[in-house]
Design a protein around this ligand. Structure first.
Ligand code: FAD
Length: 424
């Protein structure tokens, strides 16, 4: 017991049963699964390539202050809520998994390369301050005292102490250990001896529908999961599932990002101690230092074809701009270039919550929770998403998060399900 499944159940197998089935094993799906499990529920998570989506690329900045955008006050509230949950969430994952998820309270330094960049960062600071967020200007001399390898040519620096980081790959690995350990201690999760552990290495083809309710998951391999609650957390692909409520529109679009991982030679360590978020002639770039002596440099934003191919122009731009801020970047060893798509939504907010039925019909679609569209903030928002889903499982809905209801871009939703295409 306790290890992830080696193979997916087939159509002839009896259905797997669990209190909660989570579709999608990125940071968000794993965070929700773990929170559900530690609330005492049996959980299964369906993904044939866990951790390989946007979460594989993410820099892991936990940056509600730096990520503030004009007219996104609801999102700011959610980001700040999640930021406040991070220390407890990280400690809980560490205790349950016996591993380190790479959560660090390293501060962030916002840096501008020229006068226009300085003006843009000072404008942003005015908005940040108006929202009660702490961002303090430093002189270039002060900034270079903290970070000696910063270029002497930078135009400005601002201290942003509340923006921290985690290593998303280590986080997913730690959550998997935590889930596996708890699954091993959960009697009753295994059904007819068919399931060991929590992880089902298959794709979800669709939702198992019974009457107006969602009763579990239909697997691409032909098997079925019966679950009291099903959480749709498969990122960009969420809208492709069969059996979604008729009329529910999940308008997800891929916003690709190129991102680099580099090793810092011993004589240059630490390259930087804080996360450096730069604006270089109007283009954003960041350098995130990891504990293991590597740095992450990211990230471009391009809305092109749905592919994970790395853009040569993107790599050039990132290295050029990172070097403008920290010239020693030229001496690092380039280890990895990665591109993935962020699951974007029209208003940049997640699609998170239950799916209400039209006024008059009352209530919501039983057994279904949506948790996708986390765009640029899925790592930061994982603890909040997990807590909100746990509350929903407990029958509670916090009105603060109604701005993110998943049907806000939909025509009236009905209890009927759309057709499931791929099932055997
Ligand atoms: C370059 C880059 C940098 C980023 N930096 C940051 C950052 O610094 N901070 C931050 O907070 N966020 C950042 N993000 C955003 C963050 O990565 C995403 O918001 C987050 O990873 C979304 O997580 P997720 O679990 O919803 O989706 P994903 O990580 O994309 O996971 C979705 C999972 O669903 C699975 N799946 C798909 N279809 C199915 C199916 N039918 N059945 C079963 N499983 C399925 C996939 O295999 C995948 O594992 C960044 C993103 C990118 C691309």
């Amino acid at each position: 017991m306790g290890s992830p499944l080696n193979s997916s159940p087939r159509s002839a197998d009896p259905p797997i049963q669990a209190d909660v089935a989570v579709i999608g094993g990125g940071v968000v799906g794993h965070g929700i699964a773990w929170e559900a499990q530690r609330s005492g529920r049996s959980v299964v998570l369906v993904d044939d390539a866990p951790g390989s989506g946007a979460s594989w690329a993410a820099a892991g900045m936990l940056a509600p202050v730096s990520e503030l955008h004009y007219q996104e006050e609801d999102l700011l509230e959610l980001m700040l809520e999640s930021s406040s949950l991070w220390p407890g969430f990280a400690a809980g994952v560490a205790a349950a998994s016996g591993s380190d998820s790479g959560y660090l309270t390293t501060p962030t330094l916002a840096v501008g390369a020229d006068a226009a960049d300085r003006a843009a960062l000072m404008d942003l600071r005015a908005v940040q301050q108006a929202n009660g967020l702490a961002v303090e200007p430093l002189t270039v001399r002060e900034a270079r005292r903290r970070e000696p390898l910063l270029s002497p040519g930078i135009a400005c620096a601002l201290d942003t102490p509340a923006d921290h980081q985690v290593d998303p790959r280590r986080l997913v690995a730690s959550l998997r250990l935590a889930l596996a350990g708890a699954a091993a201690r959960t009697p009753g999760l295994a059904v007819d001896g068919a399931v060991e552990g929590y992880s089902i290495p298959d794709r979800a083809a669709g939702l198992l529908r019974e009457g107006g309710a969602v009763a579990g998951v239909l697997l691409a391999g032909g098997g079925r999961i019966r679950a009291t609650e099903t959480v749709v957390a498969n990122g960009l692909r969420a809208g492709e599932l069969g059996g979604l409520p008729e009329g529910l529109r999940l308008p997800l679009r891929p916003v690709h990002g190129d991102i680099l991982r580099l090793a810092v030679p011993q004589h240059l360590r630490p390259l930087v101690t804080a996360t450096v978020r730069g604006m270089v002639h109007g283009i954003p770039v960041y350098i995130v230092p990891r504990q293991d002596g590597t740095v992450v440099i990211g990230a471009t934003q391009r809305e092109d074809a749905l592919s994970d191919a790395v853009s040569a122009g993107g790599v050039y731009q990132l290295l050029r701009d990172a070097q403008a801020l920290v010239p020693a970047v030229a001496e690092l060893e380039l280890l990895e270039c990665t591109a993935r798509a962020r699951p974007g939504t029209p208003d940049n907010g997640p699609l998170l919550g239950r799916v209400p039925l039209p006024a008059g019909a009352g209530g919501h679609i039983p057994g279904l929770i949506i948790a996708t569209g986390f765009f640029r903030h899925g790592v930061l928002l994982t603890p909040a998403a997990a807590a909100i889903c746990r509350d929903l499982l407990d029958g509670k809905a916090d009105p603060r998060w109604s701005a993110f209801r998943p049907d806000r871009f939909s025509r009236p939703v009905t209890a009927a399900g759309t057709h499931t295409k791929e099932t055997a």
